[in-house]
Ligand binder design. Structure first.
Ligand code: SF4
Length: 332
C-alpha cells in the first residue's frame, strides 16, 4: 500500500513520548501530503500538537470503555487504510484492529503480534532512541526522516502566557523555568531541596524563576518556591498545555528532570538542561537544538525503576553547582 488515502495514528499517552513521535508525524505528513491523517490520543496532547498540522483531525481518546467503543466504531465507518500504533500496549493494537484498518503497524510484543499486519521486531531497550523507534513504524508507508522544526505555539497559549509572565516576571525580566517533579516517580526526581538551592542561585543571577508542574504537583512546586525565597514563584497547575508551551518557549533556560516538561522545552528550542536518574538518556534524551543532558550513572544505571533501594545515587551525584553552571552556560 503505497498511497493510502486515510491514515490513523494512535499516539502515545505521555507528553514526552508524544513529542518523541514528532519526527514520525512530520515524516508521515511529508510522505503523504494529500492523505487524510487522524491522530488518536489524550485531548491535551492533541491540543498541543494540532498547531503543527501534521494531522488533519485529532480524536481524543476517552477514559470510559463505552466511549472508546463508540470512537472505534466511528473510525471504522471513516475507514482508515493504514494505522500506526505507537503505544506498546495490547489494547492499542486491539483498538487498531477494531477500526478495520487493512494495514496495522506496531511493535510486536505483549502477545499482540497477531493483531498487527506488520509487527516490527524491537531492538533491546535503549539501543535506538525512542523517536527512531517510532519513526521506523512509518517505513512500510515510505516515511523517511525530514528536518524537525521547533514546536509552534498557539495564539491562545501565547495570550495566557503573556498574563502569567506579566505577573511572574514583569518588565520583560528574563526568567528560568524548572520542573522538579516527574510523573514516573522518585527515581527520576532530583531532590526538591536541590531544586530550591538551584532556584536561589539562578534568582541571585538576576532572573526570575518559575516552578512549573501539573495541578497534582502544586504542593512540591510551592514548597520549592517557598524554600528558594524571593524571585521564585510556582505556577504549577495554572496553565493548560498550550499555555505552558508558550510560557516555556520564552524562558531563558529550562532545567528539568527526565520528564514531559524537558521534552516540551527542548521541542520549543528553549535551552534545556535535563537531569537523569534511573532512566537512559541514550533512549529518551529530549529532542531539540539546545539540549544538555546531565547524568552521573553509577554501575546500576539505567535500572528504569521508579523507586530506589540504595539511596538514589544516580540523582544525588548531581550537585547544585554543576547544574547551575550548565544552566548559566546554556541560558540565552
Ligand atoms: S538502582 Fe542505581 S540507577 Fe537505579 S535509581 Fe538506584 S541509584 Fe539510580
Amino acid at each position: 500500500m503505497s498511497r493510502p488515502a486515510r491514515i490513523l495514528v494512535r499516539l502515545p499517552n505521555w507528553l514526552g513520548d508524544a513529542l518523541m513521535a514528532r519526527p514520525l508525524l512530520h515524516g508521515l505528513r511529508h510522505a503523504h501530503p494529500s492523505a487524510e491523517i487522524r491522530a488518536v490520543g489524550p485531548a491535551p496532547l492533541l491540543a498541543l500538537l494540532e498547531v503543527e498540522r501534521t494531522f488533519d483531525a485529532g480524536e481524543p481518546w476517552p477514559a470510559a470503555a463505552l466511549a472508546r467503543r463508540a470512537l472505534t466504531q466511528r473510525l471504522r465507518t471513516w475507514g482508515p487504510e493504514a494505522a500506526l500504533v505507537l503505544p506498546f500496549s495490547f489494547s492499542s493494537a486491539r483498538f487498531a484492529r477494531g477500526t478495520g484498518a487493512a494495514m496495522r503497524v506496531g511493535y510486536g510484543h505483549e502477545l499482540r503480534s497477531f493483531m498487527l499486519t506488520h509487527p516490527r521486531r524491537r531492538r533491546s531497550l535503549g539501543e535506538l532512541h525512542l523517536s527512531r523507534e517510532y519513526l521506523a513504524l512509518g517505513e512500510p508507508l515510505g516515511v523517511v526522516p525530514v528536518p524537525l522544526p521547533v514546536l509552534a505555539t498557539t495564539p491562545a497559549g501565547r495570550a495566557a502566557a503573556d498574563a502569567l509572565v506579566a505577573r511572574a516576571a514583569p518588565g520583560g525580566r528574563a526568567f528560568a523555568v524548572m520542573a522538579p517533579r516527574s510523573a514516573y516517580g522518585p527515581a527520576r526526581q532530583w531532590p526538591a531541596e536541590r531544586f530550591a538551592a538551584l532556584a536561589r542561585a539562578l534568582s541571585a543571577d538576576g532572573r526570575a524563576v518559575l516552578v512549573c508542574g501539573t495541578a497534582g504537583e502544586r504542593e512540591t512546586c510551592a514548597a520549592v518556591a517557598d524554600q528558594a525565597g524571593p524571585g521564585v514563584q510556582s505556577v504549577a497547575g495554572e496553565t493548560d498545555l498550550p499555555a505552558l508551551a508558550a510560557l516555556v518557549g520564552r524562558a531563558a533556560v529550562a532545567v528539568c528532570n527526565d520528564s514531559g516538561l524537558a521534552h516540551l522545552a527542548a521541542a520549543l528550542g528553549t535551552p534545556t538542561v535535563t537531569l537523569y536518574g534511573s532512566t537512559s538518556s541514550a533512549w529518551t534524551a529530549a529532542l531539540g537544538p539546545r539540549v544538555r543532558v546531565l547524568q552521573r550513572p553509577p554501575v546500576c544505571s539505567p535500572c528504569f525503576r521508579r523507586t530506589c533501594r540504595i539511596g538514589y545515587r544516580c540523582l544525588t551525584a548531581l550537585e547544585v553547582e554543576e547544574v547551575g553552571r550548565a544552566c548559566r552556560e546554556m541560558a540565552r
